[in-house]
Design a protein. Structure first.
Length: 258
């Protein structure tokens, strides 16, 4: 998640959805909703996932906005390239005003994800981060998005996932396809899967998955769920459970009427 790029912990980090390896970004809102003069960022571009070094950030841009977090409001103030190393690198530029700062990743080193560990923004005066804690603002809805996830909207009421991600969305009309990826299992462990429908009925999978060396189920070995236009609407849960550890990951989707 983007928030792990600004949590001060270099052992965590941000990862995109699988296959999204160019023109990805995170946006950081500077503390207290104020505008600051900045002239440096510090970046640890290395993948936090073990043995996924090629997912590390390579070419990138720093973009700033003094108004809002809409991607169209940002201006590029720096372009650079990072080494494929687990270390912090400083990048300086002429002082600019910023209320929001975007780390725009042009590409990675050839992996199937874009991943990085830490991103910091520094004031031009004093060479220190702005006082307070930066935050990651909620992303704007994608252009042309139909369902809304706002409270009370058709996509409301979806429980939070547990050790699982769902892509490309967790709410769509019946007939859509969803991809589930999970983490938290023992490396190399066999993992079972089953789905629970809105009526409580359980649908067991006839196969088992194998967790990778990081204890994760990631594409191309994730679970793809192809729903039909006749699939009843409602909230569905996909559960993955380690056969030996009994650790669970749960992902939720909401099907809307076609």
């Amino acid at each position: 998640m983007p928030k792990y790029m600004i949590d001060g912990n270099p052992d965590t980090g941000w990862s995109t959805e699988p296959g999204k390896t160019t023109n990805q970004y995170i946006i950081v809102a500077l503390p207290r909703g104020q505008t600051y003069s900045i002239n440096k960022v510090r970046l640890n571009p290395f993948s936090p996932s073990r043995n996924y070094d090629d997912d590390s950030i390579k070419d990138f841009e720093v973009r700033v906005s003094t108004t809002d977090a809409n991607p169209a409001s940002f201006t590029t103030v720096y372009r650079g390239t990072t080494p494929k190393q687990n270390a912090f690198f400083d990048f300086t530029f002429s002082p600019v005003q910023a209320k929001y700062v975007m780390l725009f990743v042009v590409n990675n080193y050839g992996g199937n994800w874009v991943e990085g560990r830490e991103f910091e923004v520094y004031q031009a005066c004093g060479n220190t981060p702005p006082p307070g804690n930066p935050t990651v603002p909620p992303p704007p809805p994608p252009p042309g998005a139909s369902p809304t996830t706002a409270a009370g909207g058709p996509c409301s009421g979806i429980p939070a996932n547990i050790n699982m991600t769902v892509s490309p969305t967790n709410c769509a009309k019946a007939g859509s396809t969803f991809v589930f990826e999970a983490s938290g299992f023992n490396p190399g462990e066999r993992v079972g899967a089953y789905a629970t429908g809105p009526d409580g009925q359980v649908y067991g999978a006839s196969f088992q998955l194998i967790a990778d060396q990081n204890g994760a189920i990631r594409n191309p070995n994730g679970v793809t769920l192809n729903t039909q236009t006749g699939t009843p609407p409602g909230i569905y849960a996909l559960t993955m459970e380690g056969v030996t550890s009994h650790k669970k990951a749960i992902g939720y989707i909401k099907l809307l009427a076609p």
